[in-house]
Design a protein. Structure first.
Lengths: 769, 82, 270, 82
């Protein structure tokens, strides 16, 4: 048994670590919910043996935060280094190393991208968890000095019709989670006045007890106003700006780094953080104003690990040390222990590093915005982090030790998948088309999208819903015009198909990159950068880590081939529950550059009697397709990526788009060619006459439903057909028509379906009630 | 039989009440001598059930499934004959 | 020094002030962002502002104070406690007061709209939860019903496509819907109504009428026509490429521009 | 002295309760035997006042100035010693 701890102060204990044997070390870690392994506990013990003293509970908690998977990427770093971090691109200014990636926009400006997961908190409290996820990613962008201009929300839930009876204790129904998450994002995002312009929603049984809530943010910053997450100079002052510190969010990162279980509901209450959008909005304004006026030497948001991580990491990144006075931290409730103050993850807080001469000016700005700003510490040259409480030192550690962290080369293995082609009889094609449109994975997202203010600010030029008013359809990417004085734009999309990744992590991940590229090109932007949020199960399980490695390699392959690099990202492990690990989910957001937003292309069909072309090859690739899933089939070949061909398609498309030969364009993804074609038809409220005979060597169902990568559908006016055909290798597969129906012809097959019925299937797929 | 249930949903202690805090701040600005504001959500639900116990059971289910989140909220149910 | 013409009033949570300011500037009206505290004197002297130095007070959209209690109510209560009298005088002098989205909610909570019988200070109507109780961000069509100081240049009967983005935009008079609606019509105070692209009124049908407003009301003015509130956001469609369907239609310019041009023209006359 | 006021704000009869109706629909979808749902907003306000009457007067003022819109809402106040 660990001996009772000695009191250092009323609320600080010395933890008797030096004389503990292995079993006692493990027990201590468990009892205090530190989440540290035996090896890690030993390493800590050795450090304190060298220091010649026992640690305080504050120090032990600090280590637990900094050494958590969430903060130090101990299982993933070696793999990431070889894969997703290992792509460089000339446009990158500062990537991977800070809270958000910085990429060149034009000579004067850079754009900023951040993507975070907020999975476990959202599984417990969907509304608050999702809201604080948005809050966190906004701070990631603001702390680079950038103004947030767009939010993106890739979401993953269990099936909405999942039988209530099958839920295990403490697990909330997917419907409840879905509604809560969407309204949390809406309420927070809308309140802070940043448009939510893109996202995605996927459904799969593997997410039933562990939904995924990923949130991304794009910002824009003048290059000369970029600020870094580091302490400036020795003697600078640490200023804590924003909300008070409370017991909410304690152990958030250790909690993010463990599996959820039945008791999580009661046990993990303090880990849930709570959002306060009405503090955030002025906080953002004040921080950006102070930075614009050149009053800050460093700025970092409070994320996972709270004050402990932010104050240490800023000092470490600046090559300095720091001392923080815990008595100065404004608290929400009395009686908080120093260790709680040190690791609390209360929301809406930022840490600023300020030269002493500028303190008054900084104060004035925060006063004007009614945002509290408190001096809490000072930067020094000790390369140590020190915390005092009631005049006594309660924490004093070498920053290299605290943040150098731990790294594991964990064992992994790739679990082979069934890739044999299943036998089946071809279903009724019209029924299947309706079934696909009515699938929650495919049907209209309008109910979600319109709950978000996607155009506050007035710069969302291509909106997520496109086409004829009151009959609008899904777009491929949103286009933003961030600067008043310029028509240059950014296109934004979010993609991954977890079903493909489940069937083949490598090609599934590569397909996600391919889809990003397709979506960005479809609106006439040049793919420019990506951020990744890698959501996986427990990395201590060899199979899970094998999937992770395979996905990372797939991402690396495809992204290198497309000359796109990952400029920021996040790894979320331990996404497991009663049903095992989630499907491997490397969620991506992609950013494209657009010289002139007035050349944006939308996805809605424009006019009758125009021609419809298919760019790219259709293949017998139905593994992981929605078609197979609806038929209950396993196996099959997952779509491969052929970057050389896709790049050819992409370049020829961008070329004809610049020549203004393209009236509308949409990429082909989940559900295949027919879903894509119909989405285009819905947006223009026009009919389509398709003749698939020109697609070589495939059965009709495969032509319609294969999810092969590298493909787009393009609408072209009759007058432009000749020029279009001469510059691309696209094949003509039909034409638009006034009659509001879909006609499909292919080697003897010939049937017609009314558009309004098809639209109804698509419109009603996602029950929002 | 028709019953009327009053469901009262409150945030657990320690959970920040953003709305309550905003109202508190506003009332103070309007110079009311207010020390604290908590918001409570009340649903008055009319339903059919065989007995008051049944009604309570139904509503309890609805609370757990839809209306309240036990992680951050407490709820109480009061049933009356309508 | 030429004085600034438009005072764009903001507080924590309003978030359309920048684009509203820009809209004014684009039509040649100088505009300044002014925090509520600067008008109520809760700031240092050098930051204080005087309402009477401006000729139009514009309350932009957003989520003032998080839209807690009711949308716009906290903003309104703070105005009421400090500067309602000044605003009344400002209006009485013939200057303009406008509200977009939250701004409309604030003006309604203040009783400045509809402003029957000059009984300022107590609400006479409400902008309450949308019928489907969901936030709605979507383009709608508006039919211009009556010219006022804000809409002189817009022909009566003209149809504009302007987006809405709100959760509480259902205009009602509560128990006295019919009686007050008649009064509103007798006074000719309805400026904009939701309609189909053809111009036919929405008749309460969703999504043409996005919130279930009584009589498809989207915007109203006071009797004198110098106070206007509307739920849709004209400042979001100043240019053709800001429209929801610009890739398929030929808008020469944004449908919101003429609204601000009208204000600019009116300001020249006062 | 410290008092606790419970302010209860209801929609007036005849005013459509959009939120209540949405919840009603959701509960019916989950097959609860629900006939009607009304939403009520409750604020629990702790305040200082010389007497219970004073407390009531203050809160009544707050309701009229901020918490209720008389066009569509009724309110009631219940004061207790805290
Ligand atoms: N959760 C969400 N939030 C915001 N936008 C969303 C969300 N889900 C989907 N969307 C939008 O709906 C459209 C269709 O989404 P999706 O079917 O994933 O498109 P695609 O398959 O072309 O990537 C896109 O514009 C996307 O940004
Ligand atoms: Mg997608």
């Amino acid at each position: 048994m660990p001996k009772p701890c000695a009191k250092i102060l009323d609320a600080v204990y010395e933890v008797n670590l030096l004389d503990l044997v292995d079993s006692e070390l493990e027990k201590l870690s468990a009892e205090k919910s530190l989440g540290l392994s035996l090896g890690e506990m030993r390493k800590i013990q050795n450090y304190f043996i060298e220091e010649g003293r026992n640690p305080s509970d504050v120090e032990l908690e600090a280590l637990a935060q900094s050494w958590s998977e969430h903060c130090c990427y101990k299982s993933s770093r070696p793999i990431l280094k070889k894969t997703v971090f290992n792509i460089s691109a000339p446009q990158n200014i500062c990537v991977i190393s800070e809270d958000a990636g910085l990429v060149d926009f034009n000579s004067e400006y850079a754009y900023v991208v951040a993507l975070e997961s907020h999975n476990h908190p959202s599984a417990l409290d969907p509304y608050g968890g999702a809201a604080t996820g948005i809050g966190g990613v906004l701070r990631d962008v603001v702390c680079m000095g950038a103004k947030p201009i767009a939010l993106i929300d890739p979401l993953f839930f269990g099936p909405l019709n999942y039988p209530e009876k099958k839920l295990s204790k403490g697990v909330k129904h997917p419907r409840y989670l879905f509604k809560g998450v969407v309204s949390g994002i809406a309420d927070y995002g809308n309140r802070v006045g940043v448009p939510t312009v893109a996202g995605m929603v996927e459904f799969d049984e593997s997410y039933v007890s562990n939904c995924l809530v990923n949130v991304g943010c794009v910002g824009i910053v003048k290059k000369k106003e970029i600020i870094h997450s580091r302490a400036g100079n020795v003697g600078d002052i640490y200023v804590l700006a924003g909300g008070k510190t409370g017991r909410d969010g304690i152990h958030g990162v250790t909690f993010a780094s463990a599996e959820l279980d039945a008791e999580s509901e009661e046990k993990d209450i303090p880990a849930v953080q709570l959002g306060y959008a009405i503090m955030k909005e002025p906080l953002m304004h004040a921080c950006l104003e102070a930075n614009r006026k050149g009053l800050l030497t460093g700025m970092k948001d409070f994320g996972g690990g709270g004050l402990s991580c932010v104050s240490s990491e800023m000092a470490y990144a600046g090559g300095k040390g720091a001392v923080v006075d815990l008595d100065k931290i404004p608290l929400k409730q009395e009686g908080m222990f120093p260790w709680e103050i040190w690791v609390s993850e209360s929301q809406e807080r930022m840490l600023l590093s300020v030269r002493p001469v500028d303190i008054e000016k900084v104060r004035e700005i925060f006063d004007f915005w009614d945002v509290p700003a408190t001096i809490i510490g000072e930067v020094n040259d000790t390369k140590r982090i020190t915390a005092t409480y009631k005049g006594k030192i309660v924490l004093d550690m070498d920053l290299g030790f605290l943040l150098g962290g731990v790294v594991y080369e964990r064992p992994y293995k790739l679990i082979p998948r069934n890739t044999s082609e299943p036998q089946y009889s071809i279903p009724d094609l019209s029924e299947m088309i309706h079934a696909l449109l009515n699938s929650p994975r495919i049907g209209s997202r309008e109910g979600i999208i319109r709950g978000y203010d996607f155009e506050v600010g007035g710069y969302t030029i291509l909106k997520p819903m496109q086409g004829l008013v009151n009959s609008q359809t899904h777009g491929d990417a949103a286009v933003l015009k961030p600067l008043k004085e310029s028509f240059q734009g950014l296109a934004v999309t979010a993609d991954v198909n977890p079903l493909l990744c489940k069937h083949d992590p490598y090609w599934g991940a590569a397909s996600a990159v391919d889809e990003v590229v397709r979506n960005l090109v479809a609106v006439n932007s040049v793919p420019h950068s990506m951020a990744d949020c890698l959501n996986f199960g427990n990395p201590e399980k060899e199979g899970c880590l094998g999937d992770f490695v395979d996905c990372c390699e797939g991402l690396h392959f495809a992204a290198s081939a497309y000359c796109m690099s990952f400029v920021s990202g996040n790894v979320s492990f331990y996404n497991e529950g009663a049903y095992g690990a989630i499907a491997p989910t490397p969620a991506l957001i992609g950013i494209g550059i657009m010289p002139d937003v007035r050349n944006s292309i939308s996805s809605d069909l424009k006019k009758e009697d125009n021609l419809l072309y298919l760019v790219g090859d259709s293949k017998h690739e139905l593994g992981g397709s929605e078609y197979y899933r609806l038929l209950g089939l396993e196996g099959g070949r997952v779509p491969r990526t052929y970057p050389r061909e896709t790049l050819k398609g992409m370049n020829s498309l961008l070329n004809v788009m610049d020549k203004k030969l393209v009236r509308s364009c949409h990429d082909i993804s989940t559900g295949g060619l027919i879903v894509s074609a119909l989405e285009m038809a819905f947006g223009g409220n026009l009919g389509l006459d398709l003749d698939l005979g020109v697609i070589p060597n495939l059965r009709t169902d495969i032509k319609l439903f294969s999810e092969s990568n590298g493909r787009w559908l393009v609408e072209v006016g009759e007058d432009d057909a000749e020029e279009f055909e001469s510059t691309t290798s696209a094949i003509k597969i039909g034409n638009t028509r006034k009659e509001k129906s879909l006609r499909i012809k292919d080697n003897g097959t010939d049937f017609t379906l009314p558009l309004n019925k098809l639209r109804e299937s698509w419109d009603t797929a996602l029950e929002m009630e | 039989m028709i019953f009327q249930a009053e469901v009262r949903i409150e945030l657990k202690p320690g959970v920040i009440d953003a709305e309550g805090e905003t109202i508190h701040k506003s009332l103070k600005l309007l110079s009311y001598p207010v020390v604290n504001v908590n918001t409570v959500k009340v649903y008055v639900i009319t339903l059919e059930a065989d007995s008051s116990e049944d009604a309570k059971k139904e509503i309890d289910g609805a609370c757990r499934r839809l209306l309240a989140n036990p992680v951050i909220q407490n709820y109480s149910i009061h049933i009356e004959n309508a | 020094m030429k004085m600034t013409e438009a005072c764009i009033l903001y507080m924590e949570g309003t978030n359309c002030e920048e684009e509203t300011k820009q809209a004014f500037e684009e039509v040649g009206v100088s505009a300044e962002l002014v925090h509520l505290k600067q008008l109520t004197g809760d700031v240092s002297k050098n930051l204080e502002r005087n309402l009477f130095d401006y000729r139009i007070l514009m309350i932009p959209g957003g989520w003032s104070a998080g839209d807690y209690v009711r949308a716009g109510s906290i903003f309104a209560a703070r105005i009421k406690s400090k500067i309602l009298k000044e605003i009344k005088e400002f209006i009485g002098n013939g200057y303009l007061v406008g509200g977009i989205c939250t701004g409309f909610q604030v003006l309604t909570e203040l009783g400045l709209l509809p402003g029957f019988d000059g009984a300022y200070g107590v609400p006479q109507a409400a902008l309450t939860t949308n019928l489907n109780s969901a936030f709605q961000c979507r383009p709608v069509y508006l039919k211009h019903n009556r010219k006022c100081a804000f809409t002189q240049k817009i022909g009566v009967g003209r149809i504009l496509q302007v987006p809405v983005a709100h959760a509480e935009g259902r205009f009602i008079f509560g128990e006295n819907n019919q009686m007050y609606l008649e009064k509103l019509l007798d006074n000719d105070q309805v400026v904009f109504r939701y309609c189909f692209p053809s111009g036919e009124f929405a008749g309460g049908k969703f999504p043409e009428n996005p919130n279930g407003s009584l009589f498809d009301i989207a915007g109203i003015c006071n009797l004198e026509g110098n106070v206007l509130g509307m739920m849709p956001h004209p400042e979001r469609v100043m240019d053709s490429i800001q429209h929801a369907d610009w890739t398929r239609t030929q808008h020469d310019t944004g449908d919101g521009r003429i609204f601000f041009e009208s204000i600019a023209e009116h300001l020249k006359k006062i």
